[in-house]
Design a protein around this ligand. Structure first.
Ligand SMILES: [Mn+2]
Length: 301
């Protein structure tokens, strides 16, 4: 049995690509199942409901198993017992991480906007049927990761994939489909400050120190106006409790590609230089991977 597992703190791509990759492996005649490393966010719940697909079961460990990693290739994001598993496949669209394997593996790592874009091309290469369910999962993940094609991470291959997937998914009104997806993506009602910071938090090793950068995608920055103090307090708590050099949070208005950065830690003074009246605004910043984190690395170097 091959376990297909997306990264910790799963986003829609890491859930959808795991489900889809497991089906590709089954179509090859292999035994496979998708597993998840955490609870689904609201957007992913919306996608699975639209597709009519059950969520993957929770990963309870991979020791002694064969695994495929989808949407990451670094050990920090893998199940804790990954060292005792055999990684036999990777499908990803991030920078190459630090995984090592004993035997040759199958690796598909493309610089595109979404793991599901790669998955769709694998289905095509192998002449494997794309059902309505699978098409819905893949196109939703692509539209999520590329924020409806608006992200600088979006490539022509992502757009081409959605153009082919929409009819397979039975989607006639793509704009409406994107609108409903983005409403689910930016739904933060009732979430606590800690839940918001955790929602999409990524750890980065930087100059031998530990740093975390979270991101909340919003329809308007006003959605978090009343929570700024609590969010800052939560970032400070993480620095104190976890010995982080920095805890930062990107508050991103996905309709204007404007990000307000909250930050706590040892490098406050450096970042304060870029702030005005306690607001550090990052114009034209939608993507943490391509814009937010590279900018932070540059100014903190
Ligand atoms: Mn992804």
């Amino acid at each position: 049995m091959i376990q297909v597992v997306g990264h910790k703190n799963p986003d829609s791509d890491s859930i959808c690509s795991a489900l889809v990759a497991a089906e590709l492996l089954k179509a090859r005649g292999l035994e496979a199942k998708a597993v998840r490393q955490g609870e689904l966010n609201r957007e992913t719940q919306h996608i699975l409901a639209q597709a009519g697909v059950d969520q993957p079961e929770m990963c309870t460990g991979v020791a002694g198993e064969k695994v495929w990693l989808v949407d990451y290739s670094d050990l920090a994001q893998a199940p804790d017992d990954i060292a005792d598993a055999e990684i036999v496949g990777i499908v990803d669209h991030h920078r190459l991480g630090d995984v090592m394997t004993v035997n040759p593996l199958e690796a598909w790592i493309w610089p595109v906007g979404c793991t599901c874009t790669i998955m769709f091309n694998l289905f095509k290469m192998e002449n494997t049927e794309v059902t309505r369910e699978l098409a819905t999962l893949m196109m939703s993940a692509i539209l999520s990761d590329t924020v409806g094609f608006a992200s600088p991470t979006c490539t022509q291959k992502d757009k081409d994939a959605v153009a082919e997937l929409a009819p397979l998914a039975g989607v006639e009104d793509l704009d409406l489909f994107i609108k409903e997806l983005l409403i689910a993506k930016t739904d933060i009602q009732g979430l606590s400050a800690a839940q918001l910071v955790d929602k999409d938090l990524k750890a980065y090793p930087f100059n031998d120190r530990d740093v975390v950068v979270g991101q909340i995608e919003l329809a308007t920055l006003e959605q978090v106006d009343s929570m700024i103090d609590e969010l800052n307090a939560d970032l400070q708590r993480r620095c104190d409790e976890e010995g982080l050099a920095m805890a930062a949070l990107m508050l991103t208005d996905i309709t204007t590609s404007t990000t307000r950065l909250l930050y706590k830690g040892e490098w406050n003074a450096i970042l304060d230089q870029f702030a005005e009246n306690d607001f550090l605004m990052m114009e034209n910043t939608l993507s943490r991977k391509k814009q937010g984190w590279p900018w932070l690395q540059k100014v903190l170097a």
